[in-house]
Design a protein around this ligand. Sequence first.
Ligand SMILES: Nc1nc2c(c(=O)[nH]1)N[C@H]1C(S)=C(S)[C@@H](COP(=O)(O)O)O[C@H]1N2
Ligand SMILES: [Mo]
Length: 210
Amino acid sequence: MGQPEEHASGEAAQPGLPPGQRLQRGWPVTHYGPVPRFRPERWEFQVFGATADGLKHSWNHGEFGALPRSTVVADLHCVTRFSMLGAEWSGVPAQVVLDAAPPAPDVTHVMVWAEYGFSSNMRLADFAAEHTIFATHKDGELLTAEHGFPLRLIVPHLYAWKGPKWVRAVEYMTADRRGFWEERGYHNVGDPWKEQRFSYQEQPGEGPDL
Ligand SMILES: Nc1nc2c(c(=O)[nH]1)N[C@H]1C(S)=C(S)[C@@H](COP(=O)(O)O)O[C@H]1N2
Ligand SMILES: [Mo]
């Protein structure tokens, strides 16, 4: 797949580019903290919190790899203003995880957890969206360590901090709670089409008290 052109202006110069974003040549690495080392024998993926059956569910690496897979073409929008359009992500749709470990009826939000305690919260509807996917591959190639190997979440319609790299767990919640960046000044919802970048922009009802 060819790389997108870079645009001199910061304005949306191409359909598909949210306001205030610019296209980025290549694929930058953006995260807080060190890149974790993958230890397959210790890795497990968990669903906990308000599950329908009250139990914690977990999959080891082999078991998770046997879940139904799919591919989505989706964009990545970093709040620092770079965007990457049209990447092909393959992996396990979030809906597959919801089906395998259903949430209790009163679940409204999820917290997605990664290595070293990184987390991000979102509405259950954002997590359940058709294109939300736990990706193992981009454009047919296994993710590299710095891009989230062995597993990262992609939530195409939200800013990219809502997609933890090195993801390990999903917590079902019956009330909203802020994740790592949402506690540190980023918007609780994070819709790039509404330019919901910072928590000071939040309207009443868009996030728990800071
Ligand atoms: N675990 C973890 N995941 C993370 C982050 C992080 O700091 N830690 N940063 C997020 C941010 S702000 C962005 S823009 C994307 C960047 O993904 P990339 O490095 O693959 O481009 O990862 C997201 N996932
Ligand atoms: Mo970001």
